[in-house]
Write a protein that binds this ligand. Sequence first.
Ligand SMILES: [Fe+2]
Length: 253
Amino acid sequence: MKAIISDIHSNLEALQAVLKDIEKHQVDDVYCLGDVVGYGPNPRECVDLVMKCKMVLLGNHDQGAMFDPDGFNPPAERAIFWTRAQLEAPGENRLLKERRWEFLAERPRSFKENGFLYVHGSARNPLNEYVFPEDIYNQSKMKRIFALVEKYCFQGHTHVPGIFTEQLADELYQFHSPEDIDYVYRLDGRKILCNVGSVGQPRDGDWRACYVLLDGETIRYRRVEYDIETTIKKIYAIPELENFLGDRLRDGR
Ligand SMILES: [Fe+2]
């Protein structure tokens, strides 16, 4: 069994709670679809934990922290500059600092394995393209993305968990939220895009950390409670991180 996590965004409390939940299941490998950092108060600690995962992709915020951030709104950009300063901070273990930096710099943008594709954004643009639930009405977009997927694609980036399916006959697309499918989806050969949701900043109205377990043919969504008030307090205490980045965690938006 695999656990697939994404979009941790420097939220240590959420990541620790998810890793604890993962321990309760027979998980062999943890895959992470990127955005380990950005927005939240604990970039270093989150990178250190994620380094233990079997496979970790590059997210757009991870890239922004290393190189020049491009296309971010002002609060996100400020958070990214603060994140970079944390990763560059002198005075602590220099070797560890270099290891983190190297680790982030070496992240691939996509990963393929036995018909399964893993990306941060989309099969078409692994780093930056959003696939939102309402995109099911954008048939040309969905058609192009589905054409690039051999069987199953796992992605993150929007922080909105759920499964996109295609109806081959009339090319209509559907989106199923975790609640719609009772948190379980069985892979039956039909192509899907699975958004695994976000560990550290869910945006589907549910504040709990989100990830999936993949066991052969079954995807299971997990929602995990964590000590959200501690994370919010940390965000409030860091001037470079705007307070609303904490408030939004409470609303899951
Ligand atoms: Fe993200």
